[in-house]
Design a protein around this ligand. Structure first.
Ligand code: OGA
Ligand code: NI
Length: 326
């Protein structure tokens, strides 16, 4: 885990996110004693009571990216529905630790800034295995194309010109988070990742096809997502919820661990530069119901606010909410 005592000399325009308290490496803990789950990882029954998903709906919409890119009307309709109904479809260090008694998640993570290239800090990229850097670069580059296409399709279903969002927000930023979830002898008492929504435009997850873990909150229930081999999982981030004034929602999700199996996922986050204003887009707000649910704020301000908090579902988006008069 990158130590918080590293002194980093930043290039002038490289944004600094937040620093986090150092925490143990979960993989090491499990290696030393697979039967031990320290108190700091254990959640109360009330907190995690919904971990028995009584509601199983494996029918998360599956979309074909090539049809979307061709502008296929039926596939775009499916995207619009997926965004409205689900907000999810397949197609540095631990999460932030602010206080010494904050509960911890049963995972180790590595966060890399990948685009724009000048944001990369190669000194933090692992040097082993030797092909790691090259593989991450190749993956990030391919996923960037997927992200651009998705954002183009999102603009289309939002009623905008295909290039509108890319033009509006100039150079998008891309980060990559590698999540490693060791097996846990008490899988029902810990979180792999606590419930949260992503402070992104879209997030693109590549995961093992044979290990469950991801769950999303749909109609008040935690729904486990069955991996489909070869499919990427796409979820909308908070920025799309703000742009569309809540028509499309960023969805709360979490990861659970398994008793016997470890799991790895690669989460790509695509988000705007710091100085971009986020808030409902005039063209998207329904003229019949012009109430703006979210205020304009700079993305950088929003991101820092959400990163500084413990993960608490969607509590962080309240900072952008406009008070609703009674
Ligand atoms: C994330 C995330 C889910 C998973 O990294 O933001 O939600 O299953 N990951 O790894
Ligand atoms: Ni997430």
């Amino acid at each position: 885990m990158a130590g918080s005592d590293n002194v980093v000399v930043e290039a002038e325009d490289v944004p600094i996110y937040v620093s986090s308290l150092p925490v143990p490496n979960v993989q090491e803990m499990v290696r030393e004693n697979p039967l031990r789950v320290p108190e700091r990882y254990l959640r109360t029954k009330e907190e995690i009571s919904e971990s028995e998903p009584g509601y199983v709906n494996p029918m998360l919409p599956v979309l074909d990216l090539s049809l979307l890119v061709d502008g296929n009307a039926q596939e775009l309709d499916k995207l619009d529905l997926a965004c409205k109904d689900w907000g999810f479809f397949q197609g540095y260090g631990h999460t932030n630790v602010e206080t010494k008694d904050q509960k911890l998640d049963w995972s180790d993570t590595l966060v890399l800034a990948v685009y724009p290239e000048r944001f990369r800090r190669p000194q933090f990229w692992p040097s082993t295995p030797p092909h790691f850097k090259k593989a991450m670069e190749t993956y990030a580059n391919e996923i960037r194309t997927v992200g651009d296409k998705l954002i183009g399709s999102l603009a289309t279903v939002m009623g905008l010109n295909k290039d509108a969002m890319l033009k509006l927000h100039g150079e998008l930023v891309q980060g990559l988070r590698l999540n490693y979830y060791p097996s846990c002898v008490k899988p029902n008492d810990v979180y792999g990742i606590s419930p949260h929504s992503d402070a992104t435009i879209v997030s693109i997850l590549m995961q093992d096809s044979d290990t469950d873990g991801l769950q999303i909150r749909h109609e008040g229930h935690w729904v486990p997502i069955k991996p489909i081999p070869g499919a990427l999982i796409i979820n909308l981030g908070d920025v799309v919820e703000f742009w569309t004034n809540g028509k499309y929602k960023s969805i709360e999700h979490r990861s659970m661990t398994n008793a016997k199996k470890w799991r790895i996922s690669f989460a790509t986050f695509i988000y705007p530069p710091d100085d971009i204003e986020i808030g409902p887009l005039a063209l998207v707000v329904d003229p019949g119901r012009p109430h703006q649910k979210y205020k304009k704020m700079k993305y950088g301000e929003y991101l820092r606010f959400s990163l500084k908090r413990e993960l608490e579902g969607k509590e962080h988006i309240k900072v952008a909410q406009v008070e609703v008069p009674n």
